[in-house]
Design a protein around this ligand. Structure first.
Ligand code: ADP
Length: 427
């Protein structure tokens, strides 16, 4: 089918309609002149003169070079049309990032809503050189106003009202407007992730270096002073073995975290029986509980306790929590593991609560427990062969399962960690 012809006709028709809308005063005068010509030919001549004058005037205005029409952008001025329905101001307001337009004296002509939200009150005429006093912004503004080169960029950190990091682009709007723009791209989130990554690498390296330093120290001692001391050799080799164990636990946990991060896009969806997973965790940890003189009590309801997920990952969640309860709550001598199923907001939930009767956790630490390498007491965690990554792995896995972890504790009363998972919907 030949769509070109149809499009061409449509466009021609649209152009005629648009010209009609634009030129309506001229058409009106032409109509009036034609009507008056019926009464007296002199009226027709006068009418024709007016029509010709009007047409010439319209042509002159339309053909005038753009540079002679200096647009001044302000909320009070009539809007410049981008299309029949969209003005330049509509466009600027729709930009989601802070956008500021200023003139060659750096006085503000326009600021969109995003700019006002980010930088507070911005009045027309306010000098941008006074508003943004940071050296990098001063340099950016001066260099843009003073040159006709393309846009320039700088990184800028705004401290008030909150810390925010921006990539700021500034340039001339051109078209003889004499106006310039500042566009702020918020990079705070990217910076925060960079900082977290750097902290994580620093922490992981520190955790690795400690056992490595210990192993290397003992190797030196064994080659030197303890060379011919079988008892010392035995003792040192045992410590070295413990340290290698610590390193390999750390590497296992780091790999777990990195695998979970790589899988973060898809959601695990196998049917998993929570009761059977929790029971096998308890069976696996029985020897540890026995060594620590901790008795594990269970309270599981009858009936279906199915969730959608990955059995191995859920095993890791409950293993971490029951192991922590046995290790850190050892003094209580008892750990209770209970499962319940209940509805909340139309959604059935399965809750697994792991309760210990140990020393508990001071309130201020509770919100930070799932951070990587966060430990209430580093020495006690190391003594318990902890890496400080267990609860962070738990949180990651639960997020993948649309679940969450609730922690309640009172010092001296023990702690309760509850896993809440959405029950599998029966089709
Ligand atoms: P770790 O490898 O050190 O055990 P986790 O991420 O599993 O790391 O736990 C973080 C910290 O939370 C632990 O070092 C410990 O201080 C605290 N913690 C976890 N579970 C308990 C608990 N049941 N009772 C008291 N403190 C706990």
């Amino acid at each position: 089918m030949n769509t070109e012809g149809v499009d061409g006709e449509t466009r021609f028709f649209e152009r005629v309609m648009a010209a009609g809308r634009r030129e309506w005063p001229v058409l009106l005068i032409a109509l009036a002149a034609t009507a008056l010509a019926f009464y007296h030919p002199a009226w027709a001549i006068a009418g024709l003169v007016v029509v010709v004058a009007a047409i010439v005037l319209r042509i002159v205005v339309a053909e005038a070079p753009e540079s002679t029409q200096i647009p001044v952008i302000s909320s009070a001025r009539p809007e410049t049309a981008v299309t029949d329905h969209v003005s330049a101001l509509d466009l600027a307001a729709a930009v989601p990032d802070p956008l500021i337009i200023f003139d060659a004296t750096s006085a503000l002509s326009y600021a969109n809503d995003a700019a006002r939200r980010a930088f507070g009150p911005l009045q027309e005429g306010m000098p941008m050189l006074l508003k943004y006093r940071a050296p990098e912004m001063q340099e950016l503004l001066s260099s843009v106003i003073g040159s006709s080169d393309g846009p320039r960029r700088v990184e800028y950190v705004e401290r008030v009202p909150v810390d925010a990091s921006y990539l700021v682009t500034a340039g001339s709007i051109g078209a003889g407007s004499g106006l310039f723009f500042l566009l702020f791209k918020d990079q705070s989130e990217a910076r925060r992730i960079d900082r977290m990554r750097a902290d994580f690498i620093a922490n992981a390296s520190h955790e690795m270096r400690t056992p490595l330093a210990s192993i290397s120290g003992f190797v030196e001692t064994l080659r030197g002073p303890a060379k011919d001391d079988p008892a010392a050799r035995e003792r040192f080799l045992k410590i070295m073995q413990e340290q290698t164990g610590r390193m390999s636990r750390l590497i296992d946990d780091l790999l777990s975290l990195s695998r979970l991060e790589m899988k973060s896009h898809g959601k695990p969806a196998e049917p998993v029986d929570v009761r059977s997973v929790v029971q096998s965790v308890i069976d696996t940890l029985k020897p540890l509980a026995k060594d620590l003189s901790v008795a594990i009590h269970t309270d599981f309801p009858a009936g279906d306790l199915l969730v959608s997920g990955d059995r191995d990952e859920l095993f890791q969640v409950f293993e971490n929590l029951v192991e922590n309860a046995c290790k850190y709550g050892q003094t209580g001598g008892r750990v209770d593991v209970s499962i319940s199923s209940q509805g909340e907001g139309g959604q059935q939930q399965i809750r697994v609560a792991i309760r210990d009767f140990g020393p508990g956790i001071p309130e201020e630490h509770i919100p930070r427990l799932t951070e990587r390498f966060y430990r209430v007491d580093v020495q006690s965690s190391r003594a318990q062969k902890g890496t400080g990554l267990g609860l962070s792995i738990v949180k990651h896995i639960l997020t993948r399962h649309d679940g969450r972890l609730s922690i309640k504790s009172e010092v001296g009363q023990g702690a309760e960690f509850t896993v809440i998972l959405p029950a599998r919907q029966v089709a």
